[in-house]
Design a protein around this ligand. Structure first.
Ligand code: AKG
Ligand code: FE2
Length: 265
């Protein structure tokens, strides 16, 4: 039985060990050969606490058309997709000022992550940029406390007419800033990537039905404050609901065909 299912699957996830950030582990994550990379103690508890306190001086907005509720500071291409590209880029400058104001009074996780990726890969690591419009926004401060639906984040599908739609692989990194101590709010990733044809399983603005992940291997991780977890968002994934607070700092990461690594939200 096992041999047969291994033959049907193109490969098997190596999830026996924890992977740290190296050029090899990043390559394996991009190619979906491992489910996760963990950057343990990326930030100190104090840094995380100060960043959350600074963010809470401002308003968190709810994602449009998303159920259950997700709150965030920052803008997303996901939401502006159905408004317009021009409106997204109009909002970049003021949103970047707000983010920079919060980071200046605490610390800059975006810069720290970009330097780490640059050092380990030697690649050009930059904020995504759109011809005629300029820089994207990157770096949401986000509260996902009521969980998410089963979903993927994959710009070649969702933002096919933007620069980010040309990435060949897409990841997401989340720094866990605040996490009420309990065993809920885990992130679950399935060894099943979005494929053309999956749109038949789509339920609403972003959720997919469970049939799409039937029989797929899965891994769930318990976030710790100060850690960064990176995973491949072409893989179906969910966040479990929890009682209490769950605040992250996050953006998308993509690899372009020319080898450059870009970040955006
Ligand atoms: O908050 C998390 O753990 C993951 C959220 C998510 O869906 C993502 O980063 O793509
Ligand atoms: Fe996601």
């Amino acid at each position: 039985m096992a041999a047969t299912s291994n033959q049907i699957k193109s490969k098997v996830w190596d999830n026996k060990q924890e992977y740290h950030l190296t050029i090899e582990s990043l390559r394996m994550l991009l190619e979906n050969r491992i489910p996760l990379i963990r950057l343990k103690e990326f930030a100190t508890p104090q840094e995380c606490e100060i960043l959350v306190a600074q963010a809470e001086l401002f308003n968190f907005d709810c994602y449009q058309n998303v159920n259950p509720k997700i709150e965030r500071i920052g803008i997303t291409v996901f939401e502006y997709n159905r408004i317009s590209k021009a409106a997204y880029f109009q909002a970049v400058e003021r949103t970047t000022k707000l983010r920079d104001c919060i980071m200046a009074a605490s610390f800059n996780p975006l810069e720290r992550l970009m330097v780490k990726i640059q050092e380990c890969t030697g690649a050009t690591v930059r904020i995504a940029s759109e011809p005629l419009y300029g820089s994207y926004y990157a770096g949401l401060i986000r509260k996902i406390e009521q969980g998410t639906q089963l979903h993927i984040d994959y710009a070649p599908l969702e933002q096919s007419k933007w620069e980010i739609g040309t990435v060949i692989y897409q990841l997401s990194w989340n720094l866990y800033l605040k996490f009420s101590p309990n065993n809920h709010g885990q992130t679950r990733i399935y060894d099943r990537q979005w494929q053309p044809g999956d749109e038949q399983y789509k339920l609403d603005s972003y959720g997919y039905g469970d049939t799409v992940i039937a029989d797929a291997d899965t891994i769930a991780f318990q976030p710790y404050v100060g850690d960064v977890f990176i995973f491949n968002t072409r893989n179906y994934h969910t966040v479990e609901p929890m009682d209490g607070q769950r605040v992250t700092f996050t953006s998308a990461i993509g690899l372009l065909p020319n080898g450059e690594i870009i970040l955006w939200s």
